[in-house]
Design a protein around this ligand. Structure first.
Ligand SMILES: [Fe+2]
Ligand SMILES: [Fe+2]
Length: 253
């Protein structure tokens, strides 16, 4: 198909229209909660074009918790894209949690990629491992090597999801932090358990990453940057509530 000059201009105009992206992590839905996010999701649907969920969607990864969140997700009339967090693995059935949320419309990123209204979304849960000189390396006992390999494997998922995208703008979603900046505020002794610099290095290897979103560090900081200058936002819900007095982050990408 050949595009007329006007049509080509229209296509460019659409691709440059800012996308209003709402983001929250760490919903921690418990099995005794009643419609915990229904009202919020319908409000977000009025104010944003896409909702990003940055993991710890449930408290313990239980089926009833996932079902409660799934019911609330049905109040969302905009696309929802997200990742699981460590809490969603606690009961040993992350695939079941993922299935229930997927059936409610969540586009789950676990190495996959989605394009929504001209913006690419890449991501995965990520893993721990630390930052800078504090980053654990694969040396010594098999247990240490297996631990580091889990971090490398998650990073490979992020890399393959980024490779799938051809969009000019890309948003990266993880649960664990890709940089140290946004875990500042937590006790330094646990920085290594809050994210991995490997994720940040991967983000910097790709063109067009507009921003990276994560959760997990409830007592961290809202804003940071990768070494290459990509803005990183920690949208853990307790942090947004406490430090910014907001229920969700709203970004233009
Ligand atoms: Fe959390
Ligand atoms: Fe977490």
């Amino acid at each position: 198909m050949t595009l007329s000059p006007d049509a080509a201009n229209d296509t460019q105009a659409v691709s440059r229209t800012p996308l209003r992206l709402a983001a929250i992590g760490d919903l921690h839905v418990g099995e005794n909660m009643e419609r915990p996010y229904r009202e919020l999701f319908s409000k977000i649907s009025q104010e944003a074009d896409v909702l990003a969920l940055c993991g710890d969607l449930t408290n313990f990864g239980k089926t009833p918790e996932a079902e409660i969140l799934a019911e609330d997700l049905r109040a969302c009339t905009i696309p929802v894209v997200g990742v699981l967090g460590n809490h969603d693995y606690e009961c040993g059935q992350p695939d079941e949690v993922a299935r229930i949320l997927h059936e409610a419309g969540l586009k789950l990123l676990d190495g996959e990629a989605y394009e929504i209204e001209g913006v690419g979304f890449a991501g995965c849960k990520g893993f721990i491992g630390g930052f800078g000189r504090g980053m654990l390396s694969a040396f010594g006992e098999p247990a240490i090597k297996a631990f580091v390999q889990a971090s490398v494997d998650e990073n490979l998922k992020l890399e393959s999801s980024l490779r799938m995208l051809r969009t000019e703008r890309i948003v990266v979603i993880t649960h664990y932090s890709p940089v140290q900046d946004t875990v500042e505020g937590e006790p330094p002794e646990i920085f290594a358990f809050l994210g991995s610099a490997r994720l940040g290095e991967t983000i910097d290897r790709f063109e067009g990453v507009t921003c990276a979103l994560h959760g997990h560090a409830h007592r961290g900081s809202y804003e940071g940057r990768t070494t290459g200058g990509v803005p990183v936002y920690n949208v853990a819900r307790p942090l947004l509530n406490r430090d910014l007095g907001i229920e969700y982050a709203l970004l233009e990408v």
